[in-house]
Design a protein around this ligand. Structure first.
Ligand code: ZN
Ligand code: FE
Length: 250
């Protein structure tokens, strides 16, 4: 569900019981759960930024439940501290998620994967990735490479609706990518209809997201030309790409 300015909190439910991922705000989530007759059974958090944890206290005040989050970050009211390789198992809704450490945007950032869904917070966006607030380019590149290796039909549940702005940048570095242009058309239509562009499929991200395509010769050439110096490795391509994106305004 859309919250705040451009965040999504993801609600997983079985018609009775629900789990919320990255509740940046309590009120809209509480009223949505109430409207659908759902009981909140757990909160999952990917990282410590306010737009992902700001609703935890308000949700717990109405429905006390466990709060899962990264051990390496300060998460308000966390009850279960998680690290890479852990699993989150819940009885209702029946859920088993693998915990993946994906440092870069923040150092303790986690992603949750299971049942064909990936909850990746601010690590991977459609046609983009999170800014490097705490980690290095090498860390973020490794994290994205790890996510990109998940099954191609994985539904990627990102925490922000940044797709159109990301596509505008992607088209400047990957101008001949026909899949990217097709996704641009569809994404614009969805947004005109005020529908989310997410979740996206991993296969589509591998084909269109420049940050997952740093090993492609055409990306290396384009990025090196735009940055004014030669990138030699995929990590160098990634670092230049991230820096160009930071400066980009559509
Ligand atoms: Zn963030
Ligand atoms: Fe965020």
């Amino acid at each position: 569900m859309p919250i705040l300015r451009d965040n999504y909190a993801w609600v997983v439910h079985d018609g009775r019981d629900a789990v919320v991922v990255d509740p940046g705000q309590a009120d809209p989530i509480l009223s949505w759960l109430h409207h659908h007759g759902l009981h909140l059974k757990a909160i999952l958090v990917t990282h410590h930024h306010g737009d992902h944890v700001g609703g935890i206290a308000g949700l717990l005040a109405q429905s006390p439940c466990p709060v899962y989050g990264p051990a390496a970050e300060p998460i308000p009211l966390r009850t279960h501290a998680l690290a890479d390789g852990d699993r989150v198992r819940l009885a209702a809704p029946a859920l088993e998620l693998a915990v993946l450490a994906v440092p870069g945007h923040t150092l303790g950032h986690l992603a949750y994967f299971g049942h064909g869904y990936l909850f990746c917070g601010d690590t991977l966006f459609s046609c983009g990735c999170g800014r490097l607030f705490e980690g290095t380019a090498a860390q973020m590149h490794a994290s994205l490479t790890r996510l990109a290796a998940l099954p191609e039909d994985t539904l990627v549940c990102c925490a922000h609706e940044y797709t159109l702005a990301n596509i505008a940048f992607a088209q400047t570095v990957d101008a001949d990518n026909l899949r990217l242009h097709a996704w641009a058309e569809l994404a614009r239509r969805l947004r005109r209809q005020q529908r989310p562009t997410l979740p996206t499929r991993m296969a589509q991200e591998r084909a269109t997201n420049p940050f997952l395509r740093c090993d492609r010769p055409e990306l290396r050439v384009a990025v090196s030309r735009m940055a004014g110096h030669e990138a030699r490795t995929p990590v160098e391509v990634f670092a230049l790409l991230r820096a160009l994106k930071d400066e980009f305004h559509a």
